[in-house]
Every structure is written in structure tokens, then in C-alpha cells.
Write a protein that binds this ligand. Structure first.
Ligand code: NAD
Length: 476
């Protein structure tokens, strides 16, 4: 597939291409251009030229295009999901969820297009003020490989509804579904130049987008270290930034919890998308009274997961997205064993066997007796590895949950309202779930504190972040 600039498919200026590899088989399924700064400049020029007409449309007209795009994504959801599984690795049922989730987001933003945005302020004899919200201009969206379709929706929906134009840079291992969805937006009636997609490495294409003086906002989702680099690069032009970075979400299970429901929650919370989710359960804290029973059930469930190519109907967990990620997870768990920082209860190595030999498969892994300062707890573990700790009471659980530089999500599993209140008030996180983990509805703000980032996706909060106020002061 080629890039999309000004409504036209564009190959790279220097003809270089990037291979897109199926992580389940190691096979090359397609190539995309290795774009360059020149391509970014062309895309920003196209977005800049399209801004005037697009921003002058009514919000309702822009919403109608988003509605149509949501319908087209639903129409093609099976093909899109298949493509997503082939480039990303996740099981087909998860890809279908993700593609439908993207349609839901576009539809949600379309549905709020009729809502008033702005305010009127009466100043007595001094006059009246009319405060409107205007779009920022050309925005840049930088997408990671773990949930590329839903994250594309999180950025497109509010940015386009607010009247901005966009240059989107997909991750190099998962550009295909993003390009296909950009094509559907054109089919839905999006004018040329409003959405442009430039493929290529983060260090060149991503950096050129961040540094471009005419790009007013960057919305980035990805690694913490990249987020810090982007913040540095963006500072010369005073850009608005939304940075959705990593997480190390704690899940706390108290003695009064519904254990069977909590085991389901831990299984899905950690092993969905092979653990490559920013808000995955990354640290599990079990009350000591239920720890043994819980682990007995969890180990059995983990060992019964079917690992395989995401296109096979029986697959519960697919491969990791890329070889680098497989090596990172493998070496992290090896270090735990070598440095005696924990006991591997199940899993602990790449998946072996002829069905797995060319892919990037790792076994779902549980680690107990974890040393309090283990790297596993300090850093984000972006794969199917779950450290499990036992705590004597709620205070200890909250203290341990807060021993992290991140603060994205957290969950508490209990039936007790005062426990819920305590966790909600004291745990550092952008979202606290009760008796569930991972659900991210389009209507509510999503994002974290501390090293998990700045700004929010979803809801009116994201829409606001793609606008600025403009005030008309009427001195009667
Ligand atoms: P990454 O930071 O390596 O890459 C993300 C994107 O940034 C890619 O498109 C990449 O090409 C681009 N990029 C890389 N270097 C760049 C640079 N110097 N300038 C501009 N762009 C650059 O992250 P990843 O490995 O693709 O994604 C996994 C990470 O994303 C995990 O840490 C995960 O927690 C995080 N994540 C966070 C959220 C959230 O909402 N908080 C959601 C999903 C993923």
C-alpha cells in the first residue's frame, strides 16, 4: 500500500519500502513507503491548504462525514479485522472488537456534533462576551502498533469534528489497517488533504512531523521515552501536546471479592492482545486470605489458553507484534530467574514447536514471590507476563500500588463501598475501575498521571484539546 497525501496514493520519494511482517508466520504480507521529511512537508502543505474549507464547514456537516465513515468501517469490519490480525498478531475476535470500537468512536463524535460548544458571559454594564471554540489548524497524530485502529479513532474523531486537518503517522509494523481506514474516510466524503497518512520510521517521519512549524498540535501514543523526546522536539514552536504513554496498572483483589469474576478479570486484563495494552493489568495484588485459591484458579486458566495464529478460530492469544518485543520480554523474564527476583509459576519462555517457529510467540507467564524492587515492577512490562504479589491489608495494597512512576489505570475488586472510596481517593491513576479492568468507553476521558502522560483522549475533554477559545467582547 502507498501513503495518502492530498487524497492521492503516493509512493516514497526515494522508492524505499518497509516490509510489513505477519508476526504469526514471519512472512512479508505487504510493503509501505519509507517516507521522509519531504513527504511530511507535502502532507502538511496539503493539510494546510485543506484547513480553510474544512474548518468553515458546520460541525454538523463534519459530523455527517464521520457518521458515514463509521458505517463504512462497519461494512468492511471483517476484512479490516483480518488485515489487522495479519499485521498486528491479535486474535480475530479481538481485531473485530477493535475495528468496531473505532466505528463506535467515529459515531460518538458524530453524535455530539450538534451540541453547543462555547459560552456567553454577561459582564453587567461592561458588556457581554461570546466565547467560541475554534480549531487549531494542522494536527499530527502518531500511532503505536499495539492498538493501531482504536487509537487512530481516538485521534481522528475529535480532531476532525473540531475542524482540524491531520497528518497521521502509523507505526511501521502496523500501517496497513490505518491506510485502509483512511481510504474509507475519503469514500465517506472527506475532502482531499483533510487526512493525510505518511508511513516511515519514527526517527525521521515522526520527528519531522513533531518539528514542523505549521503543525499546531501533536497527539502521540507510545513509549514513555519517545514521549519525552517528542516533548523536547516540540518545545521550539509551543505546540499543544497530548501524550498517552505507558502504564503499570495495579489490580487489587480483596478477600470479599467475587473470586471467579476477578480471575476472569486478571486473565483478560493481562493476556488480551498478548499483554500489549497500555492499561493491561501489569501488577496483581492479592489479599493473603484468598491468594492461594486465586492462584490455583488463575494458573489453571492461564495454562488452558490456546496460543496460535490469530486467524485460527480457537486462538485465545496470538504472538507478540515484533521480534524486538519478543526479545525484550524474553530477556526480562530471564533476568528475573537469573537474579532470583521471583518464581516462575507457569510459562517463562518463548513458545516452542513447529507451529510457532517462525512467529514471535511467548508463553503466558505468571511470576510469584517477586522482589519488591524487581525490574518487573519498576518498568512497564508490555507482554504476557504477570507478577503476582500477596498483601496483608488494603493499606499495604495501596502503598504498593502507588510505588510506580506510572499512573494510568488501576482496579479494585471488592464488594465493600468504603474500600472502593479509599482506593479511588488514594491510588494515583487517571481511571479507577471497580470489579473490572480495561474497559475504555468513548464517552469518558482516558489518560494518566505521572509518567503515563499528559492530556486526555475521548469524550468532550479530547474534543476541547483540539480547539482553543476565541472571545468576542461586546462593549455595548
Ligand atoms: P513507540 O514510542 O516506539 O512508537 C510509537 C509511535 O511513535 C510509532 O509510530 C513510532 O514510529 C513513533 N516514533 C518513534 N520514535 C519517534 C520519534 N523520535 N519522533 C516521533 N515519533 C516517533 O511505542 P510502541 O512501541 O509503538 O508502542 C508501545 C508503547 O505505547 C507502550 O509503552 C505502551 O504502553 C504505549 N501505549 C500507551 C497508550 C496510552 O494511551 N497511554 C496506548 C497504547 C500504547
Amino acid at each position: 500500500m502507498d501513503m495518502l497525501i492530498n487524497g492521492t496514493a503516493v509512493p516514497a520519494t526515494d522508492e524505499a519500502r518497509i516490509k510489513v511482517i505477519n508476526p504469526a508466520t514471519g512472512e512479508c504480507i505487504d510493503t509501505v513507503p519509507r517516507g521522509s521529511g519531504t513527504d511530511v512537508n507535502a502532507a502538511v502543505d496539503a493539510a494546510d491548504a485543506a484547513f480553510g474549507t474544512w474548518s468553515e464547514k458546520t460541525t454538523r456537516d463534519r459530523g455527517l462525514i464521520l457518521f458515514r465513515a463509521a458505517e463504512l468501517v462497519r461494512r468492511d469490519h471483517k476484512d479490516l479485522a483480518r488485515l489487522l490480525t495479519q499485521e498486528q498478531g491479535k486474535p480475530l475476535k479481538e481485531s473485530i472488537d477493535e475495528v468496531r470500537g473505532c466505528a463506535n468512536i467515529l459515531e460518538y463524535y458524530a453524535s455530539i456534533s450538534g451540541q453547543p460548544a462555547g459560552e456567553a458571559v454577561h459582564l453587567g454594564k461592561a458588556g457581554d462576551c461570546l466565547v467560541t471554540r475554534v480549531p487549531l489548524g494542522v494536527c499530527g497524530a502518531i500511532i503505536p502498533w499495539n492498538m493501531p485502529v482504536i487509537i487512530m479513532g481516538w485521534k481522528l474523531g475529535p480532531a476532525l469534528l473540531a475542524g482540524n486537518t491531520l497528518v497521521l503517522k502509523p507505526a511501521s509494523t502496523t500501517p496497513l489497517t490505518n491506510l485502509r481506514i483512511a481510504g474509507l474516510l475519503q469514500e465517506a466524503g472527506l475532502p482531499h488533504g483533510v487526512l493525510n497518512v505518511v508511513t516511515g520510521p519514527g526517527e525521521t517521519v515522526g520527528a519531522a512531523l513533531v518539528k514542523h512549524p505549521r503543525v499546531k498540535k501533536i497527539s502521540f501514543t507510545g513509549d514513555c521515552a519517545t514521549g519525552h523526546r517528542i516533548r523536547q522536539m516540540a518545545k521550539d514552536h509551543l505546540k499543544t501536546l497530548t501524550l498517552e504513554l505507558g502504564g503499570s496498572d495495579p489490580m487489587i483483589v480483596m478477600a470479599d471479592a467475587d473470586i471467579s469474576k476477578a480471575v476472569d478479570g486478571a486473565l483478560r486484563g493481562r493476556f488480551y492482545n498478548a499483554g500489549q495494552v497500555c492499561t493491561a493489568v501489569k501488577r496483581l495484588y492479592l489479599h493473603e486470605k484468598i491468594a492461594e485459591e486465586f492462584m490455583h484458579l488463575l494458573i489453571a486458566r492461564v495454562e488452558s489458553l490456546t496460543i496460535g495464529n490469530g486467524l485460527l478460530p480457537a486462538t485465545d492469544m496470538g504472538p507478540l507484534n515484533n521480534r524486538e518485543q519478543l526479545e525484550r520480554i524474553s530477556s526480562l523474564v530471564r533476568e528475573v530467574a537469573e537474579q532470583e527476583e521471583g518464581t516462575i509459576s507457569t510459562g517463562g519462555s518463548p513458545k516452542t514447536g513447529s507451529a510457532y517457529k517462525d512467529g514471535f510467540f511467548y508463553q503466558p507467564t505468571l511470576i510469584t514471590d517477586v522482589a519488591p524492587d524487581a525490574a518487573l515492577l519498576k518498568n512497564e512490562v508490555f507482554g504476557p507476563v504477570l507478577p503476582v504479589m500477596t498483601v496483608p491489608d488494603l493499606s499495604a495494597a495501596i502503598r504498593e500500588a502507588n510505588r510506580s512512576r506510572y499512573g494510568l489505570g488501576a482496579s479494585i475488586w471488592t464488594r465493600d463501598i468504603s474500600t472502593i472510596k479509599e482506593v479511588y481517593q488514594r491510588v494515583n491513576a487517571g481511571i479507577v475501575w471497580v470489579n473490572r479492568h480495561l474497559t475504555i468507553p468513548p464517552e469518558v476521558p482516558f489518560g494518566g498521571t505521572n509518567e503515563s502522560g499528559i492530556g486526555r483522549e475521548n469524550g468532550f475533554h479530547a474534543l476541547d484539546s483540539y480547539t482553543q477559545t476565541k472571545t468576542l467582547y461586546l462593549g455595548w
